[in-house]
Write a protein that binds this ligand. Structure first.
Ligand code: ATP
Length: 282
């Protein structure tokens, strides 16, 4: 099946790309990320059953599904945390073989996992630059290995401001003194700052209150406005329908279809997710 180049389509038409069951597959040359036929088994359990995914430039793609549907396994296979048994992953149209999360990070993919990987005792700036610490210039950095703390604080502050994060102001504040939502904002800001291809957010609002959830959703819109695509894994249907361009519905290790907030209601999405309804085969 041939798919028109997304660049030839109007925004409305672009929104129609990759919908249905099975989703109309794009040419990987037109996507930021494409996965084809991903399979992963754990003994007799099928984690991924030949899954295809496309992520288009500048979009928010949500992945929803019941417990055990294969969302985490899919994300892990896309970000080097797990090596699929078979299938292909393309980044900017070129096939990649990630062997570790570090491989995916080096390629410009940043993931914020459900279990927040922040270092509580360190300050915000140190968390932003965790694993990417900058040394001072000249012999102070090269010989004495001194860190460029003022520079990192300044840049951390700028990144936060660029993303419209107003609730976190003092970059010298230890992360353990922040609220859950502020910690999440630091983790998401770090991902948005260093990603060059796309950001993956795994249940970023699961542990947050209403106001803090709103702030994270805002942050997702800011990342999108920067032109970075986002993959969002979430069980929260209102959140998903608020921020997504397209919604990939994982089910029983496969994909039950791809919809949009305009094409389906949250109730219909849940029905597809649970198998109560099936999308017409495309
Ligand atoms: N390391 C593993 N060993 C054995 N089975 C696994 C492993 N990881 C995942 N599975 C199985 O693969 C299937 C998909 O799991 P996965 O964690 O991807 O689902 P999920 O959609 O992310 O679920 P949840 O919403 O509960 O996090 C499940 O049946 C799960 O038990």
């Amino acid at each position: 099946m041939s798919t028109p180049a997304t660049s030839d389509l109007s925004p409305e038409e672009q929104g129609a790309v990759g919908l249905g069951n099975p989703p109309v597959l794009a040419d990987p040359k037109d996507t930021v990320l494409s996965a084809r036929g991903l399979i992963k088994t754990f003994g007799r359990v099928v984690g991924l059953d030949g899954v295809n995914v496309d992520l288009f430039p500048g979009e928010v793609l949500s992945v929803i599904g019941d417990n055990g549907a294969g969302k985490s396994t899919l994300i892990k296979a896309l970000t080097g945390a797990l090596i699929p048994d078979s299938g292909q992953v393309f980044l900017d149209g070129r096939e990649v073989h990630f062997r570790s999360p570090q491989d995916a990070r080096s390629a410009g993919i940043e993931t914020v996992y459900q279990t927040l990987a922040v270092a509580p005792a360190l300050d915000i700036a140190a968390n932003m630059f965790l694993g990417r610490e900058r040394r001072r210039s000249g012999p102070l950095g090269s010989v004495l290995r001194m860190l460029d703390k003022p520079g990192m604080k300044e840049d951390a502050g700028k990144s936060m401001a660029n993303l419209g994060i107003a609730t976190v102001q003092n970059m010298s504040q230890a992360v353990e003194t922040l609220s859950g939502g502020q910690r999440q904002a630091v983790a998401v800001a770090r991902a948005a700052t260093f990603a060059t291809k796309f950001v993956v957010l795994d249940e970023p609002t699961a542990a947050l209150g209403v106001k803090e959830t709103g702030q994270v959703l805002n942050l997702i819109q800011q990342i999108k406005a920067k032109g970075l695509p986002v993959i969002l894994i979430s069980h929260n249907m209102p959140n998903v329908f608020e921020v997504s361009d397209r919604i990939h519905i994982a089910r029983l290790g496969g994909c039950a279809g791809v919809i949009t907030p305009k094409s389906h209601t949250p109730t219909e999405a849940v029905a597809i997710m649970t198998g109560a309804t099936t999308l017409a085969k495309g």
